[in-house]
Design a binder for this molecule. Structure first.
Ligand code: NAD
Length: 359
């Protein structure tokens, strides 16, 4: 039965397909841009330069210094680059790190963004930017940082290594999983969530089997878009909080941490969210949602233990303390010892189990 709900449609123009990068110049013009600064990571600089060449007279320059966690000092240097080339819009080409830099610039200058994602992180669909200064990560939610236009070009994702496609894809699935049991869940976002999980869970094994499977790459990017919309339109819960805490405290890699933690966080919440569990099971084609997601990660060859991505065993108790420090909404109340158990299992790479309520 459908009850009352609020659904806020975030304004963003989406151009999706193969070869859509060729639309970049027209899309910059559509935004009224006359001088575009291209943003990339150092690894994607060459790709950024060739995009710049395709922009012709609209190309103002490139800043190839985007890096993980959007450090403030990098944003300061990018602001100087913007000023030096008199840019009036930015074109970010890359994963969540590059998108984050474009958002940080928009937050400070109000500049229009054309975003061209090349991973499945989904940041391009959210009004959220996380920034770091002196090792501390803070998150800002402001519609000013939402990119005006997004070009999804499947061709750009063909170079995404299979291992990164796997973890980035499960990172996207995590947005949709938590959207299905969000406090402000609504039937429209849930439709996108289930469809996003279905598309990615089907496509990722096909990509792992043949990395140039264009049809699977298309399905995966479509799924990532839907999952990104979920992240942008409803609030997240335990899983995202845990990953944020673990990533920030132990400097763990973003997408891999999401991949390892997701089955365990879901197993924790399972008793409180039977409808979400049923929808996730249906979307991934597995009788048990958390077990099915664990199996999926293993099948994709992804790491399944936090100890294998650099978390010390001594950090388990600290992470459990931090996870319950600042109260936040979760469908199942936060129980410190049960959360410690789930972190310990994720640390060791054990399969998820429904964690018992500790009195
Ligand atoms: P990333 O952007 O850090 O990219 C990882 C590496 O892969 C980089 O070296 C990049 O250049 C390279 N790469 C990207 N696409 C490629 C491709 N198609 N082919 C070859 N190499 C490619 O990784 P990510 O997982 O996309 O983003 C993680 C960051 O995004 C984190 O800092 C996270 O906090 C942030 N994020 C933010 C939001 C939000 O809503 N604010 C949402 C999701 C993620």
């Amino acid at each position: 039965m459908i009850g009352s709900f609020i659904f806020e449609n975030l304004p963003c123009r989406v151009v999706f397909g193969s070869g859509t990068l060729a639309e970049a110049k027209a899309e910059v013009e559509r935004l009224g841009g006359k001088r575009a600064l291209v943003l990339t990571t150092p690894q994607q600089e060459a790709q950024g330069k060739s995009l710049g060449a395709s922009l012709g007279p609209l190309y103002a320059g490139i800043f190839p210094g985007a890096t993980m966690h959007t450090p403030i000092d990098v944003t300061t240097r990018a602001l100087a680059a913007m000023k030096a080339c008199e840019a009036d819009c930015v074109v970010s080409l890359g994963g969540g790190s590059t998108t984050g830099l474009g958002k940080a610039l928009a937050l400070r200058t109000g500049v229009n963004q054309l975003c061209i994602p090349t991973t499945y992180a989904g940041s391009e669909m959210t009004p959220i930017v996380g920034q770091t200064e002196n090792g501390l990560k803070t998150t800002v939610r402001d519609t000013a940082v939402l990119p005006e236009t997004v070009i999804y070009d499947v061709d750009l994702t063909l170079t995404l290594p299979v291992s990164l496609a796997a973890t980035s894809g499960i990172n996207a699935i995590a947005h949709a999983v938590e959207a299905l049991y969000a406090r402000d869940t609504n039937p429209v976002t849930s439709l996108m969530a289930e469809e996003g999980i279905r598309a990615l869970a089907g496509a990722l094994p096909a990509i792992a089997a043949r990395s140039d499977d264009r049809e699977a790459r298309t399905e995966a990017l479509y799924g990532a878009w839907l999952c990104g919309v979920c992240l942008g339109t409803v609030g997240m819960a335990l899983h995202h909080k845990l990953c944020h805490t673990l990533g920030g405290t132990f400097d763990l890699p973003h997408a891999e941490t999401h991949t390892i933690v997701l089955p365990h966080a879901l197993a924790y919440n399972a008793p409180a969210v039977p409808d979400a569990m049923a929808r996730i099971s249906r979307a991934i084609g597995s009788p048990d949602a958390s077990q099915g997601l664990f199996e999926l990660a293993k099948r994709l060859g992804a790491k399944t233990a936090l100890r294998d991505v650099g978390m010390p065993e001594s950090g388990i108790d600290r992470a459990a303390d931090l996870a319950v420090t600042n109260a936040y909404w979760n469908p199942r109340p936060l129980e410190r010892n049960a959360i410690r158990d789930l972190i310990a299992r994720a640390w060791a790479g054990e399969p998820p189990v429904a964690v018992k309520t500790v009195a």
